[in-house]
Design a protein around this ligand. Structure first.
Ligand code: GLY
Ligand code: MN
Ligand code: MN
Length: 447
């Protein structure tokens, strides 16, 4: 497959109009509840490093990105008024120090009344009456609010965040492309691992294959050889290759038009026993994906996954006992201490995962599972991750000593597994009425 990530992709162009219609509908509702007439959405601005004069990488306001695929357009505003074409106040400064945003082009432009401004002072003339506006965005300099007092009102933000849990067809297509882009990087990373490369060089091979700079990645790559796979957020990148590469855990995504993929794979270099454990985890991950469908409570899926993991622990001789015992004594939680997954979208851990309703009420994770980031009942066109794991994290396993769990752990097998770090397999999955679409497996199949 040849993927078209460009802003002239005709498939995206065709899906963009209904996407904008959906956004308009959501904002109409949010404005009506907030008692306002206009939503002014600020793109954001780069932050300056403390006591320094250089800019940290620019992270755009996700609300702005949901309207337009403009991830590098600071100091700009979208003004949405129900029933009217949104106005885009497009900041194109006279600046010879930096690359200046070019002439607006692409499938999105026809949907905006674009007003190009060359200085911040010009913005005010394009804004409606301030007392009728709400402003959505991060304002760290009051002047950039242009006297709009109502900034990020909770009523409106809750409505928009809850709604963002459901992706439009446009968003699903962009995320399908992001999964494909990520899968290309994963292929290159696996090849570098098999060639004996260092973590740093594997990471470089990944970035080259996805053609993204580090700040353009949706999150910092986790490129972990051997025991490093057990450090859940390992982003260190050793410059030297280890004497022996036994295992490789890579959690790396890509973005297309501001939307993320979030993909993890684990490989054995040539150890058959570790490979067999990966295969077993892979089968379990697919079995969980198979249960994804509208109407399922994600919390139940997470707990069900613990039960399935308990069986694997027993089969692999890492533990003894029934699933109930291994859950209740905390054995499965010590081997798998993070959540089964989360919503995915513009943000990697996308907003709204705990929301019970658009009013902002929330659903707690099940007791004993504090790190679960998605507690909602699944709905059609949510996109989420399924990412079970199994690790040797000594800090957690040691906590089992002296408890009833201690005798359920086979510590000799733990010693065997420790040098391999751990296993995680993570796919990006679209919820459908009667099942799901696995964007990541489709992407790997197409690479
Ligand atoms: N890469 C972050 C996560 O999997 O949630
Ligand atoms: Mn991940
Ligand atoms: Mn994830």
């Amino acid at each position: 497959m040849k993927a078209d990530y460009s802003d002239t992709n005709p498939a995206l162009g065709a899906l963009y109009a209904p996407h904008i219609e959906t956004l308009a509908y959501r904002h109409d509702h949010a404005l009506s509840r907030a008692g306002a007439s206009h939503a002014v959405i600020y793109s954001g601005n780069p932050k300056v490093a403390f006591l320094d004069d250089y800019h940290l990488p620019f992270k755009p306001n996700p609300h702005f990105v949901s309207w337009a695929p403009l991830t590098s357009l600071p100091f700009s505003y979208i003004v949405y008024t129900p029933g009217k074409k949104p106005v885009l106040i497009y900041y194109q400064p006279h600046d010879y120090w930096h690359v200046v945003p070019g002439t607006p082009a692409g499938y999105w432009t026809a949907h905006f009344d674009i007003r190009i401004v060359h200085s911040i002072d010009e913005v005010a003339a394009h804004l409606p009456a301030r007392d009728k506006c709400i402003l959505i965005g991060e304002i760290d300099d009051k002047a950039l609010a242009f006297d709009i007092d109502r900034i990020n009102p909770t009523t409106a933000i809750n409505i928009l965040h809850y709604a963002r849990g459901i992706k439009t067809a446009y968003e699903i297509e962009v995320m399908r492309l992001a999964s494909y882009r990520g899968a290309c990087g994963h292929r290159a990373a696996e090849a570098a691992f098999r060639a004996g490369a260092s973590e740093f060089d594997i990471h470089r091979a990944y970035c080259k294959a996805v053609s993204l700079t580090e700040p353009e990645l949706p999150y910092n790559n986790i490129v972990a050889l051997n025991r490093h796979g057990a450090i859940l957020h390992y982003t260190h990148l050793d410059r030297e290759a280890p004497d022996e590469s036994r295992s490789f855990l890579i959690d790396a995504g890509a973005q297309v038009h501001g939307y993320a993929s979030d993909i993890t794979r684990t490989y054995s270099f040539n150890d058959e026993r570790f490979q067999a454990l990966i295969d077993r985890m892979d089968a379990m991950q697919l079995a969980i994906v198979d249960r994804v469908r509208a109407g399922i409570d994600y919390r139940e899926l997470h707990v069900e996954n613990h039960r399935m993991l308990a069986e694997i622990l027993v089969e692999a001789e890492l533990a003894t006992g029934g699933p109930d015992t291994l859950l209740e004594t905390g054995v499965t939680a010590a081997f798998f201490p993070h959540g089964l997954g989360h919503l995915l979208g513009i943000q990697v851990h996308d907003v709204g995962g705990f929301m019970d309703s658009e009013s902002g009420t929330t659903i707690d994770p099940p007791s004993g599972h504090p790190y679960l980031r998605l507690t909602r009942v699944l709905e059609e066109d949510m996109v989420l991750t399924i990412e079970p794991g199994l690790y040797v994290i000594d800090m957690l396993l040691e906590e089992l000593r002296g408890t009833p769990a201690e005798n359920h752990v086979n510590w000799n097998t733990v010693d065997w597994l420790r040098p391999f770090g751990g296993i995680r397999i993570e796919d990006n999955v679209r919820v459908m009425a009667d099942g799901s679409q696995n964007l990541t497996r489709e992407a790997f199949a197409a690479t």
